[in-house]
Design a protein around this ligand. Structure first.
Ligand code: DO4
Ligand code: MG
Length: 282
């Protein structure tokens, strides 16, 4: 089942999307739905089906949930680790090391404060000339690392700041509007195999395509469970948090994001996450 959030009768409300129809779940946010499904031990898809209104309405999805915490993993695709090592002039450096090591790279991406939903602008820092989208499969977590479902995320990153010094990673990764999430959360009963998803990313500028890239989650070198297991080591990540699983699509510097661009990530089984690009914090 596909779950999302909509703006409806003046409130942010959870909704079910089935056969292209959006049906609100009155008086529930997605977070409240996740909580109730865990407390009553009812699968979330079953609970949502029971609580959803019978009447479809015509409104677009917004940020599906306000994540308590957003975490991200990195160098889980060879394309990402080789690109980053090359940025530092190393054929096989510490990015390759973390790609191959048993402990994955995990970093804190932020909270709801830095997140935007479909249709909202994603950010370029004013002190970055090479900001790139990082299109990623994301996992919505229940308590104790259970998987509620999957969504799309854009781990927007200032690659020139990371390139200057890897210790600047938090500044390249965490700033206003650095993370887009949505458009829906596909529950695990519908999306049973997260390792065969074809993902594309396009950047358009003034109606012209300046970048197109593709990958498959078959190239992810770790299981989602393995990533969650490391994330939760001595770290009680609360339910309603989101984990990004890394990028397999690398944008060249010639297609660095510019204000006014539109960045669109697609996975047929999940949907389309499209955002305008804007400078933040000027
Ligand atoms: O190692 C730096 C960040 C890597 C990352 O975000 C990714 O591979 O997606
Ligand atoms: Mg990333």
């Amino acid at each position: 089942m596909k779950l999302t959030k909509i703006q409806w009768e003046g409130k942010r409300t959870a909704a079910v999307i089935e056969d292209g129809e959006v049906r609100p779940i009155p008086n529930y946010t997605l977070m409240a739905l996740i909580e109730r499904s865990e407390i009553e031990q009812i699968p979330i898809a079953q609970l949502a089906a029971r609580l959803a209104s019978a009447h479809p309405i015509d409104v677009p999805p917004i940020l599906p949930l306000k994540p308590r915490e957003v975490w991200a993993t990195g160098c889980t695709y060879k394309a990402s680790s080789s690109f980053r090592d090359a940025e530092h002039g190393a054929r096989e450096g510490f990015y390759a090391h973390v790609h191959n090591a048993s402990r994955p790279e995990i970093f804190f991406k932020g909270t709801t404060r830095v997140c935007v939903g479909p249709g909202e602008p994603i950010g370029i820092r004013p002190d970055s000339d090479f900001t790139a989208p990082e299109p990623e499969l994301a996992v919505v977590l229940g308590s104790k690392g259970s998987i509620v479902g999957y969504t799309l995320a854009n781990d927007v990153s200032a690659w020139d700041i990371e390139r200057e010094n890897p210790l600047y990673l938090p500044q390249s990764k965490v700033y206003d509007k650095c993370c887009s999430i949505g458009p829906v959360i596909v529950t695990t009963d519908e999306l049973t195999d997260p390792y065969s998803l074809e993902m594309t990313c396009a950047i358009t500028r003034g109606g012209e395509t300046v970048f197109e890239g593709a990958t498959s989650t078959a190239n992810l070198n770790r299981t989602v469970e393995e990533l969650i297991e490391y994330l939760l080591r001595a770290n009680s990540v609360p339910r309603g948090s989101v984990l990004l699983t890394g990028t397999g699509i690398i944008v060249p510097e010639s297609a660095a994001l510019k204000p006014g661009d539109v960045c669109t990530i697609r996975v047929p089984e999940i949907g389309v996450l499209s955002n305008l690009v804007a400078v933040v914090g000027d």
